[in-house]
Design a binder for this molecule. Structure first.
Ligand SMILES: [Zn+2]
Length: 452
């Protein structure tokens, strides 16, 4: 009943219009979230919300010196060999370092109360909170039916993000490969790059792709400015994975979650959200409406990955092992820098992001890093155990390793590939290196540039 609340108030009071009630509620959500965030921000470091330096600045940035009593490296390379972090020595490693530093700025740009407040004006908060409430009650009931002391699969805030994800993919953001011709609505063909116009540049687009209408008599040109500013994306509401991940991650932050922006060296970006309920980072891909499906890219899309690096306002982490469970099968060779250098770069970015945090806060985050490292190491161990368990006595006698038997987890990831998302992946041209990836290398270069 729409005006259930209104009738409860008694006959003497005027009837309250249900639309008005809904908008009041939404306004209250906004205020609560906004105040909560302000409180967090003021207790946070000044560093993490101060204007981020331009990417170029990092070339000359001195790495923070390692404290004498630095703890042993809290995580190791994919091969689980303990390594001592080492400063980059060669030009290639320095380039990788500068690039990672520059990428690490993305989540800092969301630590802006004005932007986050504006974002909350766009999100249908009441709908999202209602859906989250309903789902978390169902999950709670399911857990209770399994017996006392059983924990719900996901907590309330996880359900908020899940609802946000559904709304974002289904009703808010649009995928655009080639923009259609605005004169005759026909498909267009990529013809290269154009210099940004002043108004495009003012709105943060440094790259503009140019497309030509495929109809001979028309020949119109379409511009596709690649906006990198989450505020602008709230209005344009379209793009490829870069725009999707940028805007969606910012919205997760706006509704009060801790968020990470994950950069992948094979041209993809996505989100991770911290689940307080599960005490771990959860993979979220807005383009795919994927929640906690980290094996999607490898076993699902058949894509090999080299680096997946997660950046947040208070840290950086090489999370490749979460996405590449079986490095011998799905890992690409990591050639951008020696592993000890990658460790060093992560330490450096973390130290920079945390430099103004309190001792307790730093300690808490270090504990979290160590927990996550154990989690990531566990993935590799179970993958190896799984491989070993598939070897049969015949394999040993014949001297061949098992390859034919299916991995049950891989099977699960494959299911998500065949559940109707194939069309979507093909339409996006994101389906890994296999037959579904029809994009030419120039187009891929655009995307690669864009994710930066
Ligand atoms: Zn046309």
């Amino acid at each position: 009943m729409a005006d259930h609340n209104a009738t409860q108030r008694g006959a003497s009071e005027p009837r309250i219009d249900s639309d008005k009630l809904a908008s009041d509620l939404t306004e209250r959500f906004r205020q609560v979230l906004s105040t909560k965030r302000m409180n967090e921000l003021t207790t946070r470091s000044v560093q993490s919300r101060s204007a981020s330096p331009a990417p170029r600045d990092f070339g000359t940035l001195q790495p923070p010196s390692q404290p004498h009593n630095a703890p042993p490296p809290s995580y190791s390379s994919l091969r689980n060999i303990p390594l001592i972090p080492q400063a980059p020595q060669d030009a290639r490693s320095v380039r990788f370092k500068n690039m990672l530093h520059s990428l690490s700025n993305m989540p800092i740009r969301w630590e802006n109360p004005g932007l986050l407040d504006e974002a909350l004006r766009v999100v249908p908060l009441e709908q999202i909170y209602n859906e989250a409430e309903e789902e978390s009650q169902i999950l709670q009931a399911e857990a209770e039916s399994l017996g006392a002391g059983k924990k719900a699969a996901w907590g309330y805030q996880d359900c908020v993000i899940r609802a946000l994800l559904r709304w974002f993919k289904r009703s808010f953001f649009t995928w655009v490969n080639n923009p259609p011709c605005s004169r005759c609505y026909s498909p267009t063909i990529a013809v290269g790059m154009a210099a940004p116009l002043p108004d495009e540049q003012a709105r943060g687009a440094n790259q503009v792709e140019l497309y030509k209408c495929s109809v001979e008599g028309c020949g119109s040109y379409e511009r596709y400015p690649r906006y990198n500013d989450a505020f602008v994306l709230l209005q344009t509401r379209k793009g490829r994975c870069g725009e999707w991940a940028n805007c969606f991650s910012m919205l997760c932050r706006a509704v009060g979650s801790r968020v990470r922006w994950v950069w992948n060296s094979e041209d993809h970006v996505w989100t991770e959200v911290y689940s307080v309920h599960r005490k771990r980072w959860i993979h979220v891909d807005a383009c795919e409406e994927a929640w906690d499906k980290p094996r999607l890219y490898t076993e699902g899309w058949g894509k090999k990955l080299a680096y997946c690096i997660a950046f947040s306002a208070d840290g950086a982490m090489d999370v490749t092992r979460r996405y590449v469970r079986n490095p011998s099968k799905w890992g690409l060779e990591r050639t951008r820098a020696p592993e000890a250098v990658v460790l060093h770069i992560m330490d450096e970015i973390r130290a920079m992001r945390r430099s103004n945090l309190s001792k307790q806060e730093k300690f808490r985050l270090e504990g979290e890093d160590m927990r996550e490292d154990r989690e990531l190491r566990q993935y590799v161990i179970s993958s190896i155990a799984n491989e070993v368990s598939k070897i049969t006595p015949e394999d040993i006698l014949n001297g061949s390793a098992a390859t034919a038997r299916p991995d049950p987890d891989a099977q699960k990831a494959l299911e998500s590939r065949t559940s109707g998302s194939t069309e979507w992946i093909r339409s996006r041209g994101e389906g890994g290196r296999g037959a579904s990836n029809q994009q030419n290398s120039r187009d891929r270069d655009h995307r690669r540039d864009h994710t930066r």
